[in-house]
Each structure stands twice: as structure tokens, then as C-alpha cells.
Design a protein around this ligand. Sequence first.
Ligand code: SF4
Length: 255
Amino acid sequence: MIDARRLAYLEALGVDVYVPRGAARAAQLENAVAPERVAGHVPALNEPAPVAAGVNPPVDVQGLDWNALEATVRGCTRCALHQTRTQTVFGVGNRQARWMFIGEAPGAEEDRQGEPFVGRAGQLLTAMLKALGFRREDVYIANVLKCRPPGNRDPRPDEVGQCRGYLERQIELVAPTLIVAVGRIAAQSLLGTDTALARLRGRVHGLGHRGWPLIVTYHPAYLLRSPGEKRKAWQDLLFARQTVRRLEAGERVLP
Ligand code: SF4
């Protein structure tokens, strides 16, 4: 049911929600989802990254608990980004969350505060979560990269390759019902594809050899620049919620 509180958040998001007379229509809006399709491609997140001569082999953090993993990340010097970071940005939230949101990399504010998705984009993500009925601390939030690329440039493939073992271990530890890849860079990095974000949306992908269910949506920083796309982001989140419900009912969402 879309209640007054959720409508207020949707208004804050800039999503126009038409609510005509009657609860039936409200329920219809609540349950409206993007057409579901499933993906046949299941990329292997844990496949070894190509290792060039002189480059570190993939990080081995299998078996580490949260404290050991966080300490390892804090001291990491596996790629050049450690030279320019203020601090690592590990991740935040409920470590037993059903929903895990993954962005691309820390920005300037995240680098300063040591927390992912802060600043204006983070506030919008928090508003999106509230529109879904979550507090920020109900979900787990992390990035593909734990250190800020200088000048907010895109992560480089070698940096993603060096860092991704940490994220893989975070995913294993959280064991979420659903992963939401936030933004093009995160989606493409996680799925190992250069397919446009628009074509990755609206379906369930399987991530890694475990086939973690993953859906894709827009980055809130993009939504701030392109507010006309907020409605699509809301559709993605409704699709995500329907997917979680199906998974928790034991339904198969992947081929
Ligand atoms: S970005 Fe990842 S791999 Fe590179 S130094 Fe930071 S934690 Fe290590």
C-alpha cells in the first residue's frame, strides 16, 4: 500500500505518483513492476582476474571474518589508489541484510567520511530506500572499489581486478537475498560486460559462480543530473522488491 509517508518520500525523489480514487488502484501502483525477464548469462565474479606481468595476483581473503576483512582492506596497498586516498571506504549497514546495494567507488565526500553513499547522491539513495520502507541501516551498502579514484574518474579494470576479492567476501558474508548494482560502472564491473545500463535493467542477473541474484538501477548521482529518469529508478526498485518476494517464496528467478 502506498501510504502518506511513502508518497512524501516519492515526492522528495521527484517521482510523480498518480493516486486515483480507491485503495485498489493504490495497491495496483504499489505492486506495479517492470516486465520481468531473466538473464541467461551468469558471469563468474570469482573467476580469476587476468594478471599481467608484475601485477599482484587476486587477493585471497576467503575465510576471513568481518573484522579481519575490514582490517585487511584498511591496510591494502594492492593498487595505486592507496597513495591518494584519505581512508578506505569499506561498507556500512546491516551485515545480515536481505538487500545489498553496490556502487562503483568512493567520491570526495565518501573518501573524507569513510562511508559509501554520503553527500547529495547518498541522501537520494537514502530517500529511495525510505520509499521502499527501509532505513539506511536495514540494508548493506558497499562499493566495487574501496578507495577513491582521483578526480572522480572511472575505476580502471586493473583496480577493479585488484579490489574485487574484498567485495566478493563481503557478499559471501552478507549472503543477501538480492544485490542491487547502482549505476552503470558498478553494473558493468560486476557483470563483466560493456552492455548499456538501459539493457541491463528490468531483469535478474546471476552474479558469480553462486549466481547471486542481481538487478541493476541508475546511480543517484545520475538521477540528480537527470531527474526525468527517477521514475525508471523507482520501477527498478519495485522490480527488486517483487524479486525479493519471489525469492523468499522459493520461486526460481534465474534460468
Ligand atoms: S582500491 Fe582496493 S585494491 Fe586498491 S588500494 Fe584500495 S582497497 Fe586496495
